[in-house]
Design a protein around this ligand. Structure first.
Ligand SMILES: C[S@@+](CC[C@H](N)C(=O)[O-])C[C@H]1O[C@@H](n2cnc3c(N)ncnc32)[C@H](O)[C@@H]1O
Length: 297
C-alpha cells in the first residue's frame, strides 16, 4: 500500500513528461518534496520570517481552505499567489464569456491560485512554471480543493516552450497568464512600464507567444499598467480595429490589478457575472471578501 506522502505513478502522470527517463533528476527531486511533505503551512502557527508575516496574517484571502486543509507555499508564493476571490472571479468571467470552453492553459501557474479556480469551471487545465517547487505546491494545493485530477503541469521556461510551439496543437480554448511583476516594488513608479518591467518578457513578446496558442488571451497585470502600451501593442499585433477589454478588479474596495482580455467573445460579452460576497471562512469574526469590477473598453 502506498504511504501517504509517496508520489504515486498516477499522480506523477499529472507532471507532464517527468515520468520519462531523461527527467530522472527532476523526478527524484519531486519524489523527495512529496516524501518530506515540504512547504506545508501550519495554519495556526505564525511564520517566523518577518518579511512574509503580513501575508501569513491574510492567508485565508489567498486560499480560504488554509484553515481546514493542508496548503503549501514557498517564500515567493506568499506575495505572488493570486488572491482566491480574484482568481475565482477571473475563472467565472472567462466561463461566462466562453461557456463551451473546456481546456485552459495557465502560463506561470505559481502555487495554483488561478489554476485551481479554473479547474472548478473547466474540465482540463494545463499549468506551466519553471519552478519544480511551485508546480509541486500547485499540485498539493489542488489536492486541498479536490481538483488535482483536472490539472496537468509542465516544468519549463515559458519563452523556450513557446518558441518550440509546445502548446500550439493542444486545442487550448483560452490562455491565462499572471506573469511576474518584478516583486512588491512594482508600485514604486506611477506608471508600470509593461515592456521594461514585466518578466521574463515584455508585453509585446508575451502576447505574441500567447496568441500562438489561442485567440482568447487573458493577462493579470499591475493596476498602474500603462494602458497606452496595451492599446498600441494590441493594434500592432492584431490590426487597427482590434480591442482589448480591461477590467479593474477590486477586493474589499482595494484595487488588486487589472484583467486584460483579448478575443471577440470577451469584447462582445455584456452579461453580468454573479459576484456577490465571497465568504472566505465560516469562523466567527472572520472577514468576508467583496469583489467589484469596472470596465475600460
Ligand atoms: C506571479 S507568479 C504566478 C502566481 C499564480 N498565478 C498563482 O496564483 O499562484 C509568477 C510565476 O512565474 C514563474 N516564472 C518566472 N519566470 C518564469 C519562466 N521564465 N518560465 C516559467 N515560469 C516562470 C515563477 O516561478 C512564479 O511561480
Amino acid at each position: 500500500m502506498a504511504k501517504p506522502n509517496q508520489l504515486r505513478p498516477d499522480q506523477l502522470s499529472h507532471f507532464v513528461h517527468l515520468s520519462k527517463h531523461k527527467y530522472r533528476k527532476h523526478r527524484r527531486a519531486l519524489k523527495s518534496l512529496f516524501k518530506r511533505n515540504e512547504y506545508r503551512i501550519e495554519p495556526n502557527t505564525p511564520v517566523q520570517d518577518r518579511s512574509i508575516y503580513k501575508y501569513w496574517k491574510n492567508r485565508l484571502r489567498l486560499f480560504s481552505k488554509m484553515e481546514c486543509r493542508d496548503l503549501y507555499m514557498t517564500h515567493e508564493l506568499w506575495f505572488s499567489v493570486t488572491p482566491e476571490v480574484v482568481a475565482k472571479f477571473a475563472a467565472r468571467f472567462i466561463k461566462s464569456c466562453l461557456p463551451d470552453a473546456e481546456v485552459m492553459l495557465d502560463v506561470y501557474c505559481g502555487g495554483g491560485g488561478n489554476t485551481i479556480q479554473f479547474a472548478q469551471y473547466f474540465s482540463k487545465v494545463y499549468g506551466v512554471d519553471n519552478s519544480l517547487e511551485h508546480l509541486y505546491c500547485t499540485y498539493r494545493n489542488a489536492q486541498a480543493y479536490n481538483v488535482e485530477d483536472r490539472i496537468w503541469l509542465k516544468l519549463g521556461d515559458w519563452p523556450t516552450l513557446s518558441r518550440k510551439k509546445r502548446f500550439n496543437k493542444l486545442k487550448i480554448d483560452c490562455v491565462f497568464s499572471s506573469p511576474p511583476w518584478g516583486g512588491p516594488q512594482y508600485l514604486k513608479s506611477e506608471l508600470y512600464d509593461l515592456e521594461a518591467a514585466l518578466l521574463p518578457q515584455g508585453l509585446r513578446e508575451t502576447l505574441q507567444g500567447l496568441f500562438q496558442v489561442s485567440g482568447n488571451v487573458v493577462l493579470f497585470l499591475p493596476r498602474n499598467s500603462d494602458l497606452g502600451q496595451i492599446s498600441r501593442v494590441t493594434r500592432e499585433l492584431l490590426g487597427e480595429q482590434a480591442r482589448c477589454k480591461v477590467l479593474y478588479v477590486k477586493e474589499n474596495g482595494f484595487l488588486k490589478g487589472i484583467l486584460c482580455f483579448w478575443g471577440e467573445r470577451f469584447y462582445n460579452y455584456h452579461g453580468h457575472v454573479e459576484l456577490g460576497h465571497e465568504q472566505e471562512t465560516s469562523k466567527p469574526g472572520a472577514t468576508s471578501s467583496r469583489i467589484d469590477y469596472s470596465v475600460d473598453g
